[in-house]
Every structure is written in structure tokens, then in C-alpha cells.
Design a protein around this ligand. Sequence first.
Ligand code: UDX
Length: 446
Amino acid sequence: MNITVFGTGYVGLVQGAILADVGHHVVCVDLDADKIERLKQGIIPIYEPGLEPLVKENHAAGRLDFTTDAAAGVQHGQVQFIAVGTPPDENGSADLQYVLSVAATIAEHMERDQVIVDKSTVPVGTADTVRAKVAEVLERRGRRELGFDVVSNPEFLKEGSAVADCQKPDRIIIGTESEETEEVMRELYAPFNRNHEKIIVMDVRSAELTKYAANCMLATKISFMNEMANLAERLGADIEAVRQGIGSDPRIGYHFIYPGVGYGGSCFPKDVQALIRTASDIDFDAKMLKAVEARNAEQKTTLFQKIHTHYQGDLAGKTFAVWGLAFKPNTDDMREAPSRVLMEALWEAGAKVQAYDPEAMEEAQRLYGNRDELSLCGTKEAALKGATALVIVTEWQSFRAPDFDLINERLSEPTIFDGRNLYEPKRMAHKGFTYYSIGRNSSTFR
Ligand code: UDX
């Protein structure tokens, strides 16, 4: 099939590449001429395992092309994907200006019937708004005879495993009331619908809400566990034992119940906030979601609070080694990252930071490059030199078994504040560290 994808961010680029990889002919459209030029040369703007070879191979094979020419893009596809950003506006609602401008562009240039697919995470009711926009432009063009349908087909990919998630989706949600559109979408996704039925067809609004409900449920699990971790710490219990104890119940499960420093990234914070806003727009008080958000905001300060208490507020002039800046491993993304809340609080208190992250150094440089209070170090060992203590914010694999003797030697006080529970408290005590982690009262392990 011929497919057009508007937007070459995470969702659009990955989606375009995997659709091309199964044999569809895909054209990706973006306004950013530099980005399009780089993509043509196989330069990928994001760090995402497996994406680069996928883009290069399919581009070389002539199944995946990139253009800034929206008119040519629209001509190409029989299905038009809208995969542009929906950043939060000043009151937390998803900002639909990019989605609607793509809708207008499609309507401006379409010359045959089209299936328009909302792939971006958009508030319930957006498909109706997109439909109205397309109809308005067609009306103005005097082309009312052109038929179109707007489908909600949300994406569930995770950063860091986006390619694999897209190639092997748990489910493919198709929100449409038209049988004809359903058939087009089934044909499009047939290569991904093997082994067992993954396509779930529903009405448009339910599909739109499914995306928010999934992300809000996951965010709720995390905030719930962080609340339990706070309780465990204060009650002298060990959250890691509690986690295993509850995870063994299949109704609860082991996934997504890791306590930590709060969720970050481009999806959970934005989507929880947007659903709270959607609810308030219809005079519904989303009490649970507000609690999820409030717990998360506080959790992001937990490492700083522990540091502040340990040093009795005397942080001025101290240097802290920070391991992990990305909001989670296997990405260079620092959007809403807990590391930012930590570093900004440390700077505010007069402390300095020596940071290392396996992938996010360029991003950190872009965000904070000119600050004297931050040194970006080439290795995790270099970040330790002359630091008072080590703070671990992201659970990269390479942090799991470090050289503890070297850490001990390089830190002026052997103290570790671990936001991801990477180590055994008892072992750390044996090695002579003062060790703080999440939901495990360190004194009980001595
Ligand atoms: C998420 C959803 O998983 C994905 O389905 C959706 O399409 C987009 O949003 P992503 O933002 O890439 O994907 O990250 P994810 O791996 O889900 O992690 C989100 C945050 O939750 C991270 O900050 C992570 O550290 C945190 N987290 C996750 C925990 O604190 N504990 C856990 O048990 C799991």
C-alpha cells in the first residue's frame, strides 16, 4: 500500500520505517528541511536501538522516502497518518495546532478519497475536530464530493524499545465506525497481526480514551508503588520484599511496580495532565489522577530530600557525582527527567554536579551546557573524582556492578544515594558505604 506519514518524531519515524520494512511504500513528511535532509542521508535525530539500519535499508530499497513537500506527500498515500506532536499548552491541555494544521494540509491537497489516521495521542473528541477541519477545507475548495474517514489508531511504543514494540504490538487499536475503513486498516496491519488476533476495533472515542487510560493506569501503578515505598521506609519495612510479595499475585503482576524517583518522559506526565484537564473541562473531578500526579511531583524530590537531611542542609560548596540523566535507560531523552529536578535543587542549594550518562550527554549539554555548577564527564568513574557522594538517578545496565573499591576511593565520604534500588543494602554496609535507597530504611540493614 502507499502510505504517507506526517511528522518524523519518535512515533512517525518508527511507524514509517516499520511499515516500509514489511513492504508498504511510505513517504514521511516534515516541515523541518534539515531533518529531512539528514534522514535521507541515514542520520537519525533520536537514539533508538535498531532504528538506524531500518531507516537506511528501507530508504536504499526505495520503500521509504522523506520530503518537505506536503502536496507530493498527500498525493502519494491512500492512507495519511498524522503523527505530529501534541505538547501540553499553558493549562495542561494537549495543544492540537500541529494536528489540525496537518489535517488542513491533507484536505488542501487531496485529490481522491482518503483514510486519515490519528496516530498522535489526542484528547477524546479530536477525530471529530479533525473531521470538521477537513470538511471545512474541502468545502472551501468546492470538493465536497471527496470522501474521507478519520480513524483513531493510538501508538503504544516505549522509548528505547520503540522498533520492537512497533514490530510486535500487544494490540492494534482501530477506532472507526466504518466497515470500509476497518478493511483498509486490517490490510495495512495484516503483516503485524500474526499468531493471534491483535486488532481490536471500537468506536473512535473509545479508541482515543484507551490510549490515555493505558498510560494513566501505568502511571498510577508507579505512583502507588512510590507511595508504598514511602510508607515502607517510615515503617521499617523493605519495599523490594513487598514488591515481590504483591507481584506474585497474577492479578497484580511484576510489571511496572518498581519504586523509584518518579516517572518522567514525554508521555506519562503529559497524558496524566491532559486527562485531568479533559475531565475538568466537563466538570468532572479526576481525583485519582490528581493524586497520581501529586505523588509523582513529590517523588522527584525524594533524592534531594535524603541528601539534604543527611548533610543537615549544609550543601553549599559540595560536589555530587550523578549517574544517569535520561528519564530511563536506553534513551537520550531528558524530558521531565527526575535528574533535572535533582540537579536544579542541588544547584539552588549551592552544590555542584559532576554527571555521566551513557547516551544523554549531548542533551544535557544542550539543556545546561553553560552552567558552571555542572561538569559533564566522559565516564562514570571520572564523575566520581573529588565528589562528596554518588547519586544514582537512572538504572542503566552499566551501573549495576560497578567497581565499589574505586567508588570508595574516589568519594570523599563513601555515601551513595540510589534512586533505583540497584544494590543490596546489606552488601553495601559490608563494603563500608552509607547507602540510601528507595523504600528501604538503611538503618535496618546494618
Ligand atoms: C510510555 C508507555 O510505556 C508507552 O506504552 C506509551 O506509548 C508512551 O509512554 P515511555 O514514556 O517510553 O513509554 O516510558 P516507560 O518505559 O513506560 O517509562 C516511563 C517512566 O516510568 C520512566 O520514567 C520510568 O523510570 C518510570 N517507571 C517505569 C518506574 O518508575 N517504575 C516502573 O516500574 C516502571
